[in-house]
Design a protein around this ligand. Sequence first.
Ligand code: ATP
Ligand code: MG
Length: 333
Amino acid sequence: MTSSKKRILTGIRPTGPLHLGHYAGALENWLRLQEEYECFFLIADYQVSDYADDIDLVRKAVFEVALDWLAVGLDPERSHFHIESLIPEHAELTLWLSWYVPLARLQRNPTLKAEMESFETKSVPVAFFTYPVMQVANILMPKAHLVPVGEDQLPHIEMTREVARRFNRLFGEVFPEPEALVGRVPRLVGLDGNAKMSKSLKNAIYLKDDAETVTKKVKRMFTDPTRIHATDPGHVEGNPVFMYHDAFNPNEAEVQDLKERYVKGTVGDVEVKEKLALALNAFLDPIRERRAHYEARPKLVREALAAGTSHAKKVAEGTMAEVRAALRLNYLE
Ligand code: ATP
Ligand code: MG
């Protein structure tokens, strides 16, 4: 079934279960746009840096990601859940496109620079520079018009636009130039106050955490470091506890009241955190319920991935036929 709708391509690497940052930065937009666009949701297993170190982890995470997608309400009947490495056309397109990405362009990429620091003294694999090019190929493969992502991905999408322009200029119009769309919370801070909640930084509240775990994590979370007693005037600005209230507590009057009392020094962190834990758990409850439903039915999860991958593979074959024709690879005809 081909659709006349415009397309979305976006994805997540299978490195673990999904967290509140994924929700507010990306998934929320994916959910909203499912009707209007034909959506391709990718599990990007070619792009997991520790693949060779921990294949079991990646195998498990492929299903964790798919379960979380189903749990938040993404609909595999309408959207295509697909696994990157089962569509090797992604690798082929990456290789062709990598000729049109200057190395210096990658070395300037701020997201890549930040990630590079995590290698510390370990050597950096070539694939680390290939993965952003692979994202370019992922986006161009279904000829996506829109890419809903968190803010950290913007440099990759800008690069995608440049590569599309360059390819089209050299070989004829093949790819549309995609637009990025950043979520309501472009970059959710971590529990530890780090600029980004992230699987790798272990500072996350997972969509699958139970109520008790969420309450415990909130109790321990970073707040205003300048405030020692509940009667000290506190800072709301830049305080992760209030950032989460703003992002996930739908009771605006309660949040406003807490903020006013916090600044005056008439409310303690304990109460602000208790209210946050309640709000987060209320938000997560329906997600947990749907997750449990699918966890008990793994066949449905596998079927969703198989159907989406099969559809995306056909689309990829179509695009690659056009790319090969544009590159005039028909040497033997
Ligand atoms: P890792 O730490 O392993 O890089 P990650 O948590 O950053 O994992 P990705 O798979 O790299 O997850 O990102 C998936 C999508 O979620 C991307 O669009 C990314 O921008 C978005 N995202 C991830 N973390 C956040 C966050 N803290 N705030 C907003 N968006 C986020
Ligand atoms: Mg990331």
